[in-house]
Design a protein around this ligand. Sequence first.
Ligand SMILES: C[S@@+](CC[C@H](N)C(=O)[O-])C[C@H]1O[C@@H](n2cnc3c(N)ncnc32)[C@H](O)[C@@H]1O
Length: 320
Amino acid sequence: MEPYGYHAPVLPEETVSLLVTGPGIYIDGTLGGGGHSRLILERLAGSFKEGRSLLIGIDQDSHALEAAAGKLEAFRDMALLVRGNFSTVGEVAQSAQQGQGKGLPVMGILLDLGVSSFQIDTPERGFSYLRNGPLDMRMDPDGPESAADIVNDYDERELARLFRRYGEEPLGGRIARAIVAARSVARIETTGELAAVVRGACPRKDLAVKTLSRIYQALRIEVNDELGVLSRALEEGFSALSPGGRMAVISYHSLEDRIVKRFFASTAAEDWGPKGLGIREPLVKSRAIPVTRKAVQASDGEIERNPRSRSARLRVVQKL
Ligand SMILES: C[S@@+](CC[C@H](N)C(=O)[O-])C[C@H]1O[C@@H](n2cnc3c(N)ncnc32)[C@H](O)[C@@H]1O
């Protein structure tokens, strides 16, 4: 998978072609290993050198910032790397426009959601049921609550609700009951211990893998408040865009894709009020035009090279 040792960017060509329209500020809210950022910098190399463009990369994981700094070494003067949550993208854009990017329009914001391959593949981060490690799942290693806190402290009803809501797991109630029984004997501290409890509660062992991935997805969403920060970032990021600027979001499961799809549709919608009003202008004007009518998906070739791209859905909107 070299040259992308840390993480291979998903839909690389499609994302950069649809996001980048001209010089200005570009904000990569999910810097990861810097794969997409590097492609944006390469695409507009001339304007970055002339100071007509600036790239800002945000990640809440200090390990990602280190990896990206290495990958973007050649572009050091053209990129600002910031540790933080992308839900503050509006503030980040504003301070860039008052600082190094003074006078530049905000032309693009990218969110490539979820975790990187590096995070998933590092057992100590506790994201995967395939690798034994502490039950952590925090993308920000200094975040307040780990998956172990949730698994051991939420009551049975809260757990069942979480598994149904964020995992869309039909066996949510049953798994919650099994967790409460297991932790009454000893705290559940590792990904391996949780996986054993979930497997034990599945009546059909051949379906246990699907249940495991849904339970782990639900916990990860809760630990990182993934849907809450996504909604905030969409609102804030869209407001921060300059006219003509674009927002591109790559999502990996239906819960986040639904939020993106609805938000983009709401920015493009017009309201003409009740029929027969005879007005010449809509009561509410649309604020954007869709750049992608349908979500863009990875080609068979990309899925073969990078199986992580299988579930990716890219949507792009342009502010009017
Ligand atoms: C799928 S990876 C991005 C990979 C990147 N596009 C690349 O090409 O290398 C997602 C990254 O976003 C970060 N991340 C996820 N949610 C975040 C949030 N709310 N705020 C800041 N960073 C976030 C994760 O820590 C992870 O490093």
